[in-house]
Structures are given as structure tokens and as C-alpha cells.
Design a protein around this ligand. Structure first.
Ligand code: UD1
Ligand code: UDP
Length: 374
């Protein structure tokens, strides 16, 4: 048998870990690959939650997170830290996912060593370098030199073709987050206790419709976050709803949300949920109010409408399919659109029954075959 292809998977935040773990599982189980994992630790607690559930023990952990880290200090540490791992491992390929500082720096460090880069979740574009910020530029940087582009949808693939990327290097795979969601749903079915800790809240909110909330976008810090908090407070004034809001560990999010929402009867501000419990929240909620990227892809897989608290989205497929609606960060608009979905059965039903365009749960198999052939 020929020598296995040595692959270094590089990631560091919660969403990357969720979208990466099914791929790491597959590479580990496949003799054609020598699979190595480097985590940057750009996130600490929220990354570790995923690693533990997925049973991944990284070969390298750079443990880089600093409280309230700045983009430049983070990026500088990532570039040199990942560079050192590349010099030690000398992989045949580096894989990165999405558009975080870790993905961009990992790819750049590989490029500096002329190691080919495979980009998972390639081709997402909002067309606005300030929304999402800095992710739109991060992913364009990776896309400008990646040797393999795993586009989740045809729309994303077309965005790459428009940038004159070699069409032979683009593979439409679906988004690995759907593979991850299928895996975790299967685990919960086998071991329901994995997602049992929301029982007290479910009990407390019996008879109310649950709205799941997440918010963390850097471009929303300041006025945007305050408007989101105001909208949540106004929606929670209804006595037929309850909001469950696992608050991101970023201090810029926590200080606003704790100051504005703590102690409200119908709002549960809780710590970030591990993945099985977040899947449970997706399952029990009526709808999601979020500025997250990943949640826009997951919630429709469970038939849950998503109101996206952003000015623009790099995931237009959801809006086009009718699973998601952009509501921006104006409190009046968020409240109006949320009430509309809660009070209008036809509108709700149309969104909840729309087809999820983000994948069929078989993305990892497609990526693995492309890597084996590449
Ligand atoms: C990062 C990504 C963003 C992604 C988001 C997912 C960049 C530039 N941003 O943004 O693309 O959508 O993750 O959540 O790569 N913190 C903790 N513990 C944790 C995680 C974060 O305490 O487990 C706090 C720390 O104070 C940290 C801060 O949050 O400094 C910000 O983390 P950072 O990764 O820089 O930014 P995010 O807003 O999380
Ligand atoms: N998520 C989670 N626990 C939470 C909130 C979110 O496990 O308390 C998961 C969610 O299922 C999704 C991912 O985290 O897969 C999204 O991460 P985030 O919103 O932080 O980042 P983004 O997707 O916007 O980059």
C-alpha cells in the first residue's frame, strides 16, 4: 500500500470544531490518511465542550486564547504558533474550515511553506467586507490560494467561479454541520442523558412557546447588541413565550446581555450549551433568533424558522429557500417579525416546512473522496 496522505486539520473555535469533528472522525477511520489535529485554542471553554463530546484529543493544542483578545494579537500568535506545528509535522495537506482568524492564519502559514490547503465551507460571500467582520476578508484570503475548495452549495461554488478559481478545484459537498447534527442526534437517541440538563427550564416554561436566542457577532458590538437586547426584552413581555439564551463567553456580549436582561421572568440567560444540549434547544424551540452562521444552517434541518439579526448574510440560500429571514439589528423590526411568526400560522408553517438547502449529511464522505483523489 502506498504511504498514507498526511493531513493536518487546523481549527480553534466552537463552530469550526462542530463542523470539523465528523471529518476528523472519518479521516481517523480511513487508512488512506495519516490524520493529525492541531487546535489553536482561539476559544478555550467552548472549543473544549466540542472536543469532549466528539472524543477528539488533538495532537497539538496551542492554547492561545486571551481574555477579550484583539484581532491583531490573536492573528500574530496564530500565525507563528501554527507555523511551528507545520514545521514539526510537515503534512502533505492542511485543512481549514470557514472564516475565523484560526482558519485564515492556518491557511496562510501553510501557504508560506508551500503546503497545499483544502478549504471546507468555501465560497461563502456577503459581498460586504464589514458584514460579517472580519470573516468576509478571512475567507477571501483563504479562497485566493486554496488548492481544494469544498463549497457547501452551488451558490457558494458559483461565487468561487466568479472569482476565476479553477473549476476543477471546486467540489460541491453540502455543509458538514448537517453531518455533525445527524451524528449528535444519533448519540442523543442512544444516550438521552447527554441532552437532559434543560429539563428544569423546560419544566419552568411549560405551556409557553420557546424562542432560542444566540448572539455574538463582532460587527453587532455596541449599538447592535443593545438593540438586540431591547428586542428580546420586548418580545419576552408576551406571556405566551419564553426565551432561552445561552450567552456567548465573549465579554462584549455578556456585559450587555447581563445588564439588560438579567432577572426577566421569561428570559433564561444561561451558559453556552454543549452541542447535545444546543441540539435539544433547537428541537424544543418554536423559532431561533440569532446572528450565528451555523444556526442558520442547522435550525432548518429541524424545521425551525430562523430570524437572522444581521444586515446581510453570506447564506442567501436559507433566505431564498424560505427557512430564514433577515431582520437586521433594529429592535422594532426584530419585534415585528418575531410577533408575525408567532401570531400568523401560515407564515410560520411556510418557514418551518421549507427545504433545508445546506446539505444532506453526507458532506464528509464527498470531502474525503476528493482528498483521497487530490
Ligand atoms: C470567533 C470568530 C467568529 C465566529 C465566532 C464563533 C474570528 C475573528 N471570530 O468570534 O468568526 O463566528 O468565534 O463563536 O475568528 N471567550 C471565552 N471562552 C471561549 C470563547 C471565547 O472566554 O471559549 C471570550 C474570550 O474573552 C475571547 C473572546 O471571547 O477573547 C473573543 O473570542 P474570539 O474568538 O476572538 O471572538 P469571537 O467573537 O468568539
Ligand atoms: N452552539 C452550541 N452551543 C451554544 C450555542 C451554539 O453548541 O450555546 C453551536 C451551534 O449548534 C452551531 C455553532 O455553535 O453549530 C455556532 O457557533 P457560533 O454561533 O458561535 O458561531 P458562527 O456559526 O456564527 O460562526
Amino acid at each position: 500500500m502506498s504511504k498514507p496522505i498526511k493531513i493536518l486539520s487546523v481549527f480553534g473555535t466552537r463552530p469550526e470544531a462542530i463542523k470539523f469533528f465528523p471529518l476528523v472522525h472519518a479521516l481517523d477511520a480511513d487508512d488512506r490518511f495519516d490524520s493529525r489535529v492541531c487546535v489553536s485554542g482561539q476559544h478555550r471553554g467552548m472549543l473544549d465542550q466540542v472536543l469532549e463530546i466528539a472524543g477528539i484529543v488533538p495532537h497539538h493544542d496551542l492554547d492561545l486564547m486571551q481574555p477579550d483578545q484583539t484581532l491583531d494579537a490573536l492573528t500574530a500568535n496564530l500565525l507563528t504558533g501554527i507555523g511551528r506545528v507545520l514545521d514539526e509535522e510537515k503534512p502533505d495537506w492542511v485543512i481549514v474550515q470557514g472564516d475565523t482568524a484560526t482558519a485564515m492564519s492556518g491557511a496562510l502559514a501553510a501557504y508560506y511553506r508551500k503546503i497545499p490547503v483544502a478549504h471546507v465551507e468555501a465560497g461563502l460571500r456577503s459581498g460586504n467586507i464589514h458584514h460579517p467582520w472580519p470573516e468576509e476578508v478571512n475567507r477571501k484570503i483563504v479562497g485566493s490560494f486554496a488548492a481544494l475548495h469544498f463549497a457547501p452549495t452551488e451558490t457558494a461554488a458559483n461565487a468561487l467561479r466568479r472569482e476565476a478559481i479553477d473549476p476543477a478545484s471546486i467540489h460541491v459537498t453540502g455543509n458538514t454541520v448537517i453531518d455533525a447534527l445527524h451524528w449528535i442526534t444519533g448519540e442523543i437517541a442512544k444516550k438521552p442523558d447527554l441532552a437532559g440538563d434543560l429539563a428544569d427550564l423546560e419544566q419552568r416554561f411549560t405551556g409557553k412557546r420557546i424562542i432560542g436566542v444566540t448572539s455574538h457577532r463582532r460587527e453587532n458590538f455596541g449599538g447592535g447588541m443593545e438593540a438586540i437586547a431591547e428586542a428580546i426584552r420586548r418580545i419576552a413581555a408576551r406571556d405566551d413565550v419564553a426565551m432561552i439564551f445561552p450567552v456567548h463567553l465573549n465579554p462584549n456580549v455578556r456585559k450587555v446581555m447581563n445588564a439588560e436582561l438579567d432577572g426577566l421572568e421569561n428570559v433564561a440567560l444561561i451558559e453556552p450549551l454543549d452541542y447535545p444540549h444546543f441540539a435539544r434547544l433547537l428541537d424544543i424551540c418554536t423559532l431561533m433568533l440569532t446572528d450565528s452562521g451555523g444556526v442558520q444552517e442547522e435550525a432548518p434541518a429541524l424545521g425551525k424558522p430562523v430570524l437572522v439579526m444581521r444586515e446581510t448574510t453570506e447564506r442567501p440560500e436559507g433566505v431564498e429557500a424560505g427557512t430564514a429571514k433577515l431582520v437586521g439589528t433594529d429592535a422594532d423590526v426584530i419585534v415585528r417579525e418575531c410577533n408575525h411568526l408567532l401570531d400568523n400560522e401560515a407564515a410560520y408553517s411556510a418557514m418551518s416546512k421549507a427545504h433545508n438547502p445546506f446539505g444532506d449529511g453526507k458532506s464528509v464522505a464527498r470531502i474525503v473522496e476528493a482528498l483521497a483523489g487530490g
